[in-house]
Each structure stands twice: as structure tokens, then as C-alpha cells.
Ligand binder design. Structure first.
Ligand SMILES: CC(C)(COP(=O)(O)OP(=O)(O)OC[C@H]1O[C@@H](n2cnc3c(N)ncnc32)[C@H](O)[C@@H]1OP(=O)(O)O)[C@@H](O)C(=O)NCCC(=O)NCCS
Length: 150
């Protein structure tokens, strides 16, 4: 299995939209991702390429001292192999290099695999956003504080 983490390119977007629909039942959408890629200087989209296909991705906005994980998945067939940890670790290191002090994200309150992964990487529960998702599920906001070395 050959894999690498690299920045998102326009040619990846169709596969990502498809992957998001399969996993979340909905997608950020081609246009939003494409516009973010071209016009949003704060957006960082990372692709995990496995055997020349999109095996996962993580979208991150870095705005000064704060960063937010916008979306993150590993394709079903590659889950449970450590790739999610690898991609999250890469994103956290990118934040550290950018002198980010705090990373936040929303996760469905019943998404235990993701919550366990985030906790493993030092994210802690901050607060609930009630009925945040379209189906009425609450989101848990998790935050990881980073030590910035001057
Ligand atoms: C959450 C997700 C990204 C994890 O990716 P992954 O490649 O499967 O994760 P890893 O193999 O690196 O596992 C890392 C840790 O996640 C947790 N985890 C992963 N799958 C789990 C499961 N089925 N049940 C419980 N914990 C799980 C464990 O803590 C695991 O660490 P461990 O192996 O030491 O126990 C992946 O399951 C996924 O894409 N899920 C659907 C989309 C999603 O929920 N995205 C997050 C939105 S906020």
C-alpha cells in the first residue's frame, strides 16, 4: 500500500464530494470546496492519497491563533488502520508550525470512534451546540490548546 498526505488539488474534489456523501450522507459541495481552494487564504485541505486514490481528507481553516477542523473522513475500506491518526497528527503539526494556539471542531455527540480519536490527541469537551446537524443531532465542540514556543 503506497500512501502520502498532500494538499488538495482541483482534480480530487469530485472524489471527496462522493466520499463525503457516502460517509456523512451529505457534502460540503463541489463549489464550496473549489471556491475555498482558490480564494480562501485561511483554508488548508489535506488529502490522504492511498494507491493513487483519495483515501481520506481533512479540511482545516487557520485564522491566526485559532484553527477549526471543518471536515474529516477516512474512506470506509481504510478505516481502523491508523490513517485517521496520521492525518490528524499531520494537521496538528501544521497548526503548530503556524503558531496556532487553539484548534476547535464539532463532532456528533454519538460519534464515538471520532470522539475517541480526538481525545487520544488531546482534544477536550468544551460545550454543546444543540441541534447543530440537519437531523437534529447535537454537536459537541471539542478544543485542543497548543503550546506556542516563541
Ligand atoms: C473517525 C475516523 C476519521 C477515524 O479514522 P481511522 O483511520 O479509522 O482511525 P485510526 O485507525 O487512526 O484509529 C485511531 C483511534 O480512533 C478511535 N477509533 C477508531 N475507530 C474506532 C471505532 N470503530 N470504535 C471506537 N474507537 C475507534 C480509537 O481511539 C483509535 O485508537 P486505537 O486504535 O488506539 O484504539 C474514521 O472512523 C471516519 O472517517 N469516520 C467517519 C467520518 C467521521 O466521523 N469523521 C469525523 C467527523 S467530526
Amino acid at each position: 500500500m503506497k500512501y502520502q498526505i498532500r494538499p488538495l488539488e482541483e482534480r480530487d474534489i469530485a472524489a471527496i464530494v462522493q466520499g463525503e456523501k457516502e460517509i456523512f450522507g451529505e457534502s460540503l459541495g463541489y463549489d464550496m470546496i473549489s471556491t475555498d481552494l482558490k480564494l480562501n487564504p485561511y483554508a488548508h485541505y489535506l488529502v490522504l492519497e492511498i494507491d493513487e486514490e483519495v483515501g481520506g481528507y481533512l479540511g482545516l481553516w487557520i485564522t491566526g491563533e485559532n484553527a477549526e477542523i471543518i471536515n474529516f473522513y477516512i474512506a470506509k475500506k481504510y478505516q481502523g488502520l491508523g490513517f485517521g491518526s496520521m492525518l490528524l497528527d499531520f494537521a496538528i503539526n501544521l497548526c503548530k508550525m503556524s503558531k496556532v494556539k487553539s484548534i476547535s471542531l464539532e463532532v456528533r455527540k454519538n460519534n464515538l470512534p471520532a470522539i475517541k480519536l480526538y481525545e487520544k490527541f488531546g482534544f477536550v469537551f468544551s460545550h454543546v451546540r444543540e441541534a447543530y446537524y440537519r437531523d437534529g443531532t447535537d454537536a459537541h465542540v471539542l478544543i485542543k490548546e497548543l503550546e506556542v514556543k516563541e
